[in-house]
Each structure stands twice: as C-alpha cells, then as structure tokens.
Design a protein around this ligand. Structure first.
Ligand code: ATP
Ligand code: MG
Length: 321
C-alpha cells in the first residue's frame, strides 16, 4: 500500500499535526510504502518571508527525523525538489472545473481569516491533487480539514481517467475520528497560521505559557466540568489511552476540579512525552549536512516514481507528438 501525506512549513509543527498526521505516518512506515514530504510550494500561499520559509522547511525535516521517520524505509523529500509536480498540476487543471475549486472550505476559511485570495490559494487543491497522484498513493492520512481536498483529488483523477484513459490510482483519505480536528488553545481548529497552536518542540517556558492559556469556561470550582467542546479535556486526552481518558472524564465530572491544576499537570505530560524526541532533534540541528543529504536522496528516489506518472499522463493527453 502506498501511503502519502505532506505538511506545510508554514510555522512550527504542533500537536494537531503530530497526532493527526506525523505520528500516524511514522507508524505506517513499518508495513507500507511511505511517501512523506514537506510542502513548501503550498506554504508559499501563506508565508511571504523567504528566510522564514527556508528555516521552517529545514525545521520540519528535523522534526520528522527526530520523531522517528526513517528515510531509508520511506520516501522523504521537499516538494520543490520534485519540479515534475508542476507539469502534472497543469495537466490536471485542464480537467478541473471552477465549481469544484469554488466549493473548497479551506479556501473560504483562509480568506475569511484575512489571508489574501490569490490564484495560488485558489488553485491549492490542484497542486495537492498532483502531489498525491504523481506518487500513485492509495491512502492519505490527514486531519478532517483536508478531507475535502483529498476528495477533490479523487474527483480530478476520475475525470482525467475518464477523459484520457486509465492513468491514476484513486486515493482515499484516512482520517481517525477521535483526532479528526484537534482544538487549539482558543477552541478553534489548531493551526500554524491561526496563532492558537501548542508546538511540539516549544521551549519549556513557552510551552508552559501556551498550556496555561488554554481557554476554559467559567464553571465554578464546586460544579462538574463539561468535557464536550472543552479544549483542555480534548488536548489532554491525546496523551491518554482509553482507561486514562475514562479517568480524566471522571475527574472532570467530579466537583472541585481546578482547571489551573489540570493545566499544570498537562504541561508536565506534554513536556515529558516529547523529551526523548527533543534530544534527538538537538542532535540533528548540529548535523545539518546529514539532513540535506537525506532530503536530496529522498527527492531522487521519489522523482523516479513521479516521472513514470508524468510520462504516462503526457502521453495519454497527446503531448508526445
Ligand atoms: P496552516 O495553518 O498553515 O494551514 P496547519 O496547522 O493547518 O497549517 P497543515 O500543514 O496545513 O497544518 O496540515 C498538515 C496536516 O496536519 C494535515 O494532514 C492536516 O489535516 C493536519 N492538521 C492540521 N491541523 C490539525 C488539527 N487541528 N487537527 C487535526 N489535524 C490537523
Ligand atoms: Mg492547514
């Protein structure tokens, strides 16, 4: 099975990215053909400072390696090292109706949040479809916010196949219900670009500060606390197994619980969980040459797969005059 997913270097990676995508990808690498990449072309839709983009791209690569992505077992690369994806984007654009893109929730959400409505942001799903189809991916582990984009990719693949003959594999989104949308500290979807994220590799002081600012309701201490739409409960649950979650639920339902105490405890849990990875991350940050080598090797490996699909698509539309 080919499993593919990407992440934007549009900021520091956070708990939403980790639990909904990164951790699951790393788990999948053991028994699947993994394609994992850093989508810097996509990040250009929201990042305008070149130095920030460079830095965050390298940071994302080090994050993945530190968390356990094995570049020898998988395909691991940076999107812009695979220029073939643009040729495919154009070929796919030909069969993509305007209506399909106009229905994109992500586009509407981002423009509503003040991000400039550019052609790049509008065409984002076509580039994403090319990313997926160029590797022949079957399964795409993502958060719920990306579900529609994967459906758009399927739709585009279907139209291309029916217009020009069987060319692409039909991809499927792979979403885990429990963690489909992880809330940020304000209760909205945690996002790099919304300023509400808890970063996985934040330093101790900023992590503590972030966790202490998780929005809580004003239920009096002596009353039971709600667990629905309670970001503190939801974020804490990410670190617990079923039994742990049940115990946390009982604690919330028992009068007397103080949100401040739970936050302090949660800070400790997050800090400890990422400590071994943080140490590995330190080592990678001292050996950037290794990181560059890994990414170069990953792009070479992926280009072989990509070129096959692009050639097939070129031929099927008739560019091989
Ligand atoms: P941006 O704000 O720049 O869009 P992001 O935080 O949404 O950044 P992406 O790089 O767009 O992160 O997404 C990477 C992966 O993480 C995708 O699979 C996406 O579905 C998943 N993801 C991001 N945020 C969340 C979240 N809050 N809950 C669940 N999954 C998430
Ligand atoms: Mg996003």
């Amino acid at each position: 099975m080919r499993v593919l997913s990407g992440i934007q270097p549009s900021g520091n990676l956070h708990l939403g990215n980790y639990f909904a995508m990164m951790k699951r990808m790393i788990d999948y690498q053991e028994s699947n053909d993994l394609f994992c990449f850093i989508v810097n072309y996509h990040a250009l839709t929201t990042v305008s400072d070149p130095n920030v983009l460079r830095q965050k791209t390298l940071d994302a690569a080090m994050d993945f390696l530190a968390l356990g992505l094995d570049p020898n077992k998988s395909h691991f690369w940076v999107q812009s090292d695979l220029p073939e994806v643009h040729e495919l984007t154009w070929l796919l654009s030909i069969v993509t109706s305007m209506g399909l893109l106009e229905r994109s929730h992500a586009y509407k959400d981002k423009t509503a949040k003040g991000i400039t409505a550019t052609h790049g942001l509008f065409a984002y799903p076509v580039l994403m479809a090319a990313d997926i189809l160029i590797c022949g991916a079957n399964k795409v582990p993502v958060g719920k916010d990306q579900k529609q984009h994967v459906e758009i990719a399927r739709d585009i693949a279907m139209r291309f196949n029916s217009s020009f003959g069987e060319t692409f594999v039909m991809p499927e989104a792979d979403i885990e219900d429990d963690i489909a949308t992880i809330p940020g500290i304000d209760g909205q979807k945690m996002s790099k670009s919304y300023g509400n994220a808890i970063e996985i590799f934040a330093d101790e002081k900023s992590l503590r500060q972030r966790v202490m600012s998780i929005k809580t309701d004003s239920t009096p201490v002596e009353e039971p606390k709600p667990i629905k739409d309670n970001p503190l409960f939801e974020i804490y649950s990410l670190f617990l197994d079923d039994k742990g979650k049940q115990q946390l639920k009982e604690r919330f339902e028992t009068p007397g619980l103080r949100y401040g105490d739970v936050k302090k405890e949660l800070f400790g849990v997050i800090w400890e969980y990422f400590t071994p990875y943080r140490e590995k991350r330190e080592q990678y940050s001292k050996d950037k040459a290794y990181v560059y080598d890994v990414l170069k090797m990953g792009a070479e490996k992926t280009r072989k797969v990509a070129q096959e699909y692009v050639t097939k698509a070129r031929n099927n539309v008739g560019l091989n005059y």
